[in-house]
Design a protein around this ligand. Structure first.
Ligand SMILES: N[C@@H](CCC(=O)N[C@@H](CS)C(=O)NCC(=O)O)C(=O)O
Length: 124
């Protein structure tokens, strides 16, 4: 689901750490048997499948990635207070974006921008 912020944060984490992955697009209007098998509780993306094991929920996936590939660029600081601050701001930014009229729009095959539909503004 290319426009999903939950999927994007997982892809970004994999890219930051340089972990090769295969991306499988899902049609959320017609969910595949694989999606329903791997995430029977929420039936949502993203799902990371690693060593045959499905991991669901983007924040859980991010922590799994960070703990599994420890030596590559850490996503979270070790210090519990610093880690709490990172989690706070990640949650804040996500909350602001998902509760606003701002959406991601693809302007051409390789270019994305943020669109504020209320203010009719584009942010590149
Ligand atoms: N809390 C979940 C939310 C994931 C989520 O809402 N995914 C949406 C795509 S953006 C989805 O799969 N929706 C399908 C549905 O609601 O049926 C996470 O962080 O992974």
């Amino acid at each position: 689901m290319w426009a999903s912020p939950y999927v994007k944060r997982v892809e970004l984490a994999l890219k930051v750490k340089g972990i090769p992955y295969e991306y499988v697009e899902e049609d959320l209007m017609n969910k595949s048997p694989l999606l329903l098998t791997y995430n029977p509780i929420h039936k949502k993306v993203p799902i990371l499948v690693h060593n045959g094991n499905p991991i669901c929920e983007s924040s859980v996936i991010l922590e799994y990635i960070d703990e599994t590939w420890k030596n590559e660029s850490p996503l979270f600081p070790q210090d519990p207070y610093q880690k709490a601050k990172v989690r706070f701001w990640a949650s804040y930014i996500h909350h602001v974006l998902s509760h606003s009229q701002i959406h991601i729009k693809q302007t051409n095959p390789s270019n994305f921008c943020l669109v504020d539909y209320k203010k009719q503004q584009l942010f590149h």
